[in-house]
Write a protein that binds this ligand. Structure first.
Ligand SMILES: Cc1cc2nc3c(=O)[nH]c(=O)nc-3n(C[C@H](O)[C@H](O)[C@H](O)COP(=O)(O)O)c2cc1C
Length: 322
């Protein structure tokens, strides 16, 4: 198992998806601990990099323990996107530069970025080719299967991306219009892999269990599965899938006690990264992801959604452990 993205060895076939507001350095490290074979940063604005915005640049901070890592950038203007790609190439420790051509958020689409690229495969070709020619690190792309159900063009787009010199492609099997709803079209991803056998393809969308990961990998013949929301409160899913793919054995889910310990460790890392004020605001939601499926969990999540300090969170967690 495992594959190469350019010269970068990816030692496994379960990777963490880029998720804005989620896959910060602390989150990535937590997933890495449980064998995510590759992690992606949150999407980072090309304009933010261009203007050297402090908050934007902070998103590109990488720890030595999280390699291999892809930094994902987005933008609708080639000039600034290229600037950002060169910046990531020359000024960060990222192993891979990933270009977001799949985001469905209206503000991003308005600036001709994200899924807006899917409307114009020639623009995709030109953009990726220009970036590839100007950086040393491998360039990858993340797309959806098309703009909407009348315009499913992922095969054409994937061919252009490969031809332009990209080193891998991640595909979320939905259209821009689907947002996060409805059926994930794995069939088209299978067709793309059949057509581009030697091009690393990562399949993404609604992969939530080891069994499903195995089924989708076998069906599509892709090189890896990408896990997004199923990692919420359960970074152990990477290890569960990895282990199942290697041995056919299902590891038991984490106990509540184990989840609480992971949550405490994550909270401390997040506070170290962002300071307590910001971290606590994020933890009001994220801590709830770890605290599910037990008696009174709804009540506990409600309490957690109101915390104002780490001490308060600790009190709730310690009481829960008694
Ligand atoms: C909160 C959130 C933020 C996301 N941010 C990004 C992003 O920054 N870049 C990107 O390419 N995709 C982003 N996505 C899409 C995910 O990478 C992934 O394609 C999608 O969630 C489907 O995978 P899943 O079903 O495993 O969650 C985001 C998704 C969510 C839920």
């Amino acid at each position: 198992m495992g594959f190469y993205i350019g010269k970068i060895k990816i030692d496994g076939s379960v990777v963490l998806a880029p998720m804005a507001g989620v896959t910060n350095l602390a989150y990535r490290q937590m997933c890495k601990k449980y064998h995510a074979a590759l992690v992606y940063s949150e999407m980072i604005s090309d304009k933010g990099i261009f203007y050297h915005d402090k908050k934007t640049l902070a998103l590109a901070k990488i720890d030595k323990n999280e390699h291999p890592i892809a930094i994902q950038i987005f933008g609708g203007d080639l000039d600034t996107l290229l600037y950002a790609a060169k910046f990531v190439d020359q000024n960060t420790e990222a192993d891979i530069i990933d270009i977001n051509m799949g985001c469905s958020v209206p503000k991003i689409l308005k600036s001709n970025a994200g899924s807006a690229y899917l409307l114009d495969p020639e623009r995709i070709y030109k953009t990726i080719k220009t970036i590839v020619e100007n950086v040393k690190k491998p360039v990858t792309v993340k797309i959806r299967i098309g703009w909407d159900h009348q315009h499913i063009n992922a095969l054409e787009v994937a061919k252009k991306i490969k031809e332009a010199g990209a080193s891998a492609l991640a595909i979320h099997g939905r259209t821009k219009s689907d947002l996060y709803r409805g059926h994930v079209n794995y069939q088209i991803i299978k067709e793309i892999k059949e057509n581009l056998k030697d091009f690393p393809i990562i399949v993404n969308g609604d992969i939530t269990t080891p069994q499903k990961a195995k089924e989708i990998l076998e069906y599509t013949q892709c090189d890896a599965v990408m896990i997004g929301r199923a990692s919420y409160g359960n970074p152990y899913i990477f290890k569960q899938i990895d282990h199942y793919l290697k041995t056919g054995e299902l590891l038991p889910n984490l106990t509540l006690k184990e989840k609480i310990q992971i949550l405490k460790d994550y909270s401390e890392e997040l506070i170290a990264l962002k300071g307590e004020y910001t971290a606590i605001r994020e933890l009001r939601q994220q801590a709830g992801w770890f605290l599910k499926d037990f008696k009174q969990s709804a009540q506990i999540r409600k309490k957690v959604s109101l915390i104002t300090s780490y001490d308060e969170l600790l009190q709730i967690l310690n009481a829960l452990e008694q």
